[in-house]
Design a protein around this ligand. Structure first.
Ligand code: FAD
Ligand code: NAP
Ligand code: MG
Length: 448
């Protein structure tokens, strides 16, 4: 019997289990599927934890999400085409839900397709290697006895699908003066509650989504001032009073931050919104994806199959405009490669396909072109399998409109409504604005 390991039960791993389960229900022989998840529950980053640093077993905490985190894109851009928001909530809901609502939705589909049966929790994978003689992958997993003693066991698999995410291991730069700063310096991975910074002057490094959202959060929950230092380019939004963008940090001197334009500010704390590393220490070097965060990592056929050994696959390793639907489309491709429904191309064909996509990506130089690039990538994936179709052009249009909305009002874009690419239903306008709504609970959201 064919054995397939899925590593991780976040949105990607759950998409993979769902894809297999759909095939099984339709009568396919899917072999044996085993999903290993290091946490005690599913949902990946969406499974909120207050913990930072190490988890209860001494592993790095996976979670990077924080309290009061709301979707930063319209939910209509990530809607599962085979499990709509209307189906899950029984009625249309506003377009920008908080974390708990999206978690409920992701888990809702996983419960409906009953994929929990495939998952072994509290089971971190410690090693993945390939046995050339046996032509199988050797996967080493750690588990714990009720006594607390841990056990390592190694199993053989014909296919391995890595779905461990890439927004968990922080990229932590150092600037002169960090070692003598008399306040807290933390990475966004360890940021949990904006109320910690009420009344404080905050310095944020970075100019991407984390910097943008943590700056807004901090102000919303009462920080005195937020200074955002960019390395390459300012975000350039029309920021509310209290948030200022400045050029790169040069150094800290006591409480004082000095920037490359010669200006300086006194700050109480520093949040490094400096991104994450693709980090797979458990995978043998020749199987290990090594890439910066971009829209088409090298070495992955269709963005999924490891070209040097395509029975190893990776999900969700791209930078992400598209999320849940892209993960679904990838998971259907991975499934069909495993089941032999999609032919496994020759190394030359795979290399040529990857090169063509990366060539195209090299010519992308604006946000709108990035959106188009990832739209075409998802479109390509969707032609390969029977993943139920949805109005991809509408989603593309939503992303474009969303970018314009953000430029128009960075505090107001989350109050806009979008139409579902699956059902056409339009998210109702919430009765309170995002800026004036401190409560991010599911119960409160469903009343808005
Ligand atoms: P993850 O969600 O990271 O899940 C990976 C899983 O693998 C985890 O459960 C982890 O415990 C497990 N794992 C890791 N290592 C091992 C191991 N060795 N053995 C076993 N299990 C392991 N996307 C959106 O669409 N909308 C948003 O608003 C949004 N907000 C975000 C906010 C933040 C702060 C961050 C960091 C990301 C956000 N994202 C958002 C993007 C996010 O990447 C995706 O939504 C999604 O969580 C990715 O799913 P994943 O399964 O690839 O990875
Ligand atoms: P990211 O998009 O990879 O951005 C990393 C940022 O760090 C870039 O701006 C980069 O600047 C900067 N940087 C890297 N090294 C630096 C250094 N040495 N000094 C100064 N700046 C440095 O990472 P992210 O912003 O953490 O986003 C990760 C994911 O989380 C995204 O998918 C995002 O959508 C998601 N997210 C969502 C929300 C939400 O509201 N739902 C909130 C936060 C994050 P350069 O431009 O100079 O390279
Ligand atoms: Mg812009």
């Amino acid at each position: 019997m064919t054995r397939t390991a899925v590593i991780g039960a976040g949105p990607c791993g759950l998409a993979q289990l769902h894809a297999f389960e759909q095939a099984r229900l339709a009568g396919a022989d899917i072999g044996e599927i085993v999903c290993f998840e290091k946490q005690s529950d599913w949902g990946g980053l969406w499974n909120y934890t207050w913990r930072t640093g190490l988890d209860e077993r001494g592993d790095p905490v996976h979670g990077s999400m924080y309290r009061y985190l709301w979707s930063n894109g319209p939910k209509e851009c990530l809607e599962f085409s085979d499990y709509t928001f209307d189906e899950h909530f029984g009625r249309p809901i506003p377009s920008f839900p908080p974390r708990e609502v999206l978690y409920d939705y992701i888990v809702g589909r996983a419960k409906k397709s009953d994929v929990r049966q495939y998952i072994q929790f509290e089971s971190p994978v410690r090693a993945v290697s390939f046995d050339g003689a046996a032509q199988t992958f050797e996967v080493t997993v750690q588990t714990w006895e009720p006594s607390g003693d841990s056990v390592l066991r190694t199993e053989s698999f014909d296919h391995v699908i890595v779905a461990t995410g890439h927004f968990s291991t922080p990229n932590v730069p150092e600037y002169p003066g960090f070692d003598r700063f008399p306040g807290r310096i933390l990475h966004s991975h360890d940021f949990r509650d904006a109320a910690e910074f009420t009344g404080k002057d905050l310095l944020i490094l970075g100019s991407s989504y984390s910097a943008e959202d943590i700056a807004l959060q901090a102000l919303k929950y009462g920080a005195a001032s937020i200074t955002v230092a960019y390395r390459t380019a300012a975000m350039g939004f029309d920021w509310p009073d209290g948030i200022t963008e400045v050029p790169a940090l040069r150094h800290l001197e006591g409480h004082t931050a000095h920037f490359t334009d010669g200006t300086s500010r006194d700050v109480d704390a520093v949040v490094l919104c400096t991104g994450y590393l693709h980090h797979f220490p458990f995978i043998d070097a020749e199987l290990r994806l090594s890439t910066p965060n971009n829209l088409y990592p090298d070495g992955l056929y269709k963005g999924v199959a490891w070209t040097a050994n395509p029975r190893l696959m990776y999900l969700g390793m791209q930078d992400q405009y598209y999320t849940f639907t892209m993960f679904d489309a990838q998971a259907f491709v991975a499934r069909d490669l495993v089941l032999g429904r999609l032919p496994s191309p020759s190394p030359q064909e795979m290399a040529a396909d990857v090169a063509a996509w990366r060539d195209r990506y090299a010519r992308v130089d604006s946000i709108m072109e990035q959106i188009d690039f990832q739209t075409e990538y998802v479109r390509d994936l969707m032609t390969l399998t029977d993943y139920p179709s949805f109005d991809l052009d509408l989603v593309r249009q939503h992303f474009v409109e969303w970018e314009h909305d953000k430029d128009e009002s960075i505090t107001g874009y989350r109050d806009k409504s979008f139409a579902s690419p699956c059902t056409g239903s339009v998210g109702p306008t919430p009765s309170t604005t995002w800026w004036d709504e401190p409560d991010d609970s599911l119960a409160r959201f469903l009343q808005r």
